[in-house]
Write a protein that binds this ligand. Structure first.
Ligand SMILES: C[C@H](O)CC(=O)SCCNC(=O)CCNC(=O)[C@H](O)C(C)(C)COP(=O)(O)OP(=O)(O)OC[C@H]1O[C@@H](n2cnc3c(N)ncnc32)[C@H](O)[C@@H]1OP(=O)(O)O
Ligand SMILES: NC(=O)c1ccc[n+]([C@@H]2O[C@H](COP(=O)([O-])OP(=O)(O)OC[C@H]3O[C@@H](n4cnc5c(N)ncnc54)[C@H](O)[C@@H]3O)[C@@H](O)[C@H]2O)c1
Length: 311
């Protein structure tokens, strides 16, 4: 095993002379993931601009960040309300909001895109940003399942393009997958790895393969659970209980699918089933399709496989 990882690391070996660290981060998309990425980047000392389509969405994203920071602060400064408040205020002070992605990209070291899982929408966004962003700016996508190379081809900066795949909830999950396409320069890759580490995460090197490492294993597992339910083999509740108590997972597959968002889960599986029609574990599910058609997208809409209190 040691030998394999040495070979793999050598292949991705990075130049010792890496340009300055990323200090300013622009996050496009203020949903589940974008707000988490913005929060953690700001909490680790980066100046952040968070972009979404409307002021209304951004104010909801800001409230979500504030709430999550409150939970972090409670743990960090257990009995010290004053320090909790000043921590939250300090981090919030490093996050600016903008509804214009092109304007935001004009002055930044890194753009991390976390918008809807749709190739054409992502390409359209990056193509517009490419015109406006400075030469040195690195572009990264947080896509769950789309090939980074397909997104990057909308720009003229393939050497400064990579994947930065965070996990939900970003403040709690310790991993970032850093994805290299053939054209990504060693310097870009190293700067992305350094940013992941500066954000307090463990990074793993990934090739631009479907689902990278985690989702290639996790998404088929969730879809197999849905198929088990569709066959009537067991209830969602029992499958979740079984995987938590029998396999030690923090959430069962249905809780997790609701947590990720059934729209995002469907986008992932639709893309893969179209691209790989012969791979059985990538096939879509009538049950998930129906929930999404009914607007039951999981925890974020108050209902998916389960019902949630709307807070
Ligand atoms: C599809 C994509 O491309 C890829 C993905 O992202 S796949 C999804 C990956 N994510 C997972 O697998 C998540 C699995 N679930 C978990 O790890 C855990 O259930 C969880 C960390 C989300 C929540 O933990 P859990 O014990 O169930 O709930 P809860 O008691 O509410 O929270 C535990 C701690 O996390 C903290 N926490 C949870 N969510 C938080 C958030 N959004 N912000 C800040 N803190 C948070 C809480 O404060 C709490 O801390 P404490 O116990 O010290 O007080
Ligand atoms: N949900 C997860 O668990 C998870 C985990 C890792 C990666 N991802 C990936 O991250 C990305 C975002 O997922 P999410 O769960 O945060 O979705 P989400 O639906 O919670 O948020 C997406 C946000 O992007 C905004 N948006 C859409 N188009 C935009 C545009 N052109 N310009 C600016 N903002 C725009 C939407 O208004 C929305 O607020 C997707 O590519 C998804 O596959 C999701």
């Amino acid at each position: 095993m040691a030998h394999i990882s040495q070979v793999y690391c050598r292949k991705f070996s990075t130049s010792p002379a890496v340009a300055g660290a990323i200090k300013h981060v622009t996050v496009i998309g203020g949903g589940l993931m974008g707000s988490g990425i913005a929060q953690v980047a700001a909490a680790t000392g980066h100046n952040v601009v968070m972009v979404d389509q409307t002021d209304d969405i951004l104010s909801k994203s800001k409230a979500a960040i504030q709430k999550s920071l409150g939970r972090v602060a409670k743990k960090k400064f257990a009995d010290d309300g004053e320090r909790q408040s000043s921590f939250v205020a300090d981090v919030m002070g490093r996050i600016q909001l903008n509804t214009d992605p092109v304007d935001a990209a004009k002055s930044t070291d890194l753009v991390v895109e976390a918008i809807v899982e749709n190739l054409d929408v992502k390409k359209k966004l990056f193509s517009a940003l490419d015109e406006a962003a400075p030469q040195h700016t690195i572009f990264a996508s947080n896509t769950s399942s789309l090939p980074i190379r397909d997104i990057a081809e909308s720009t003229n900066r393939l050497d400064r393009f990579g994947g930065l795949h965070f996990f939900n909830p970003v403040p709690m999950m310790k991993l970032v997958e850093v994805v290299k396409i053939p054209e990504t320069s060693n310097e870009t890759f190293e700067r992305l790895v350094q940013l992941g580490k500066a954000m307090g995460k463990t990074t793993v090197d990934c090739k631009d393969t479907p689902g990278f490492i985690v989702n290639r294993l996790l998404v088929p597992y969730m879809m197999e659970a849905v198929r088990m339910l569709e066959r009537g083999d067991a209830s969602a509740r029992d499958i979740d209980t079984a995987m938590k108590l029998g396999a030690g997972y923090p959430m069962g597959p249905f809780e997790l699918a609701d947590y990720v968002g059934l729209d995002t889960t469907k986008f992932i599986i639709d893309g893969w089933s179209k691209k790989y029609p012969d791979v059985q574990i990538f096939q879509e599910s009538p049950y998930v399709n129906k929930l999404v058609a009914d607007g039951k997208l999981g925890k974020k809409t108050g209902e998916g496989f389960y019902k949630y209190d709307k807070k």
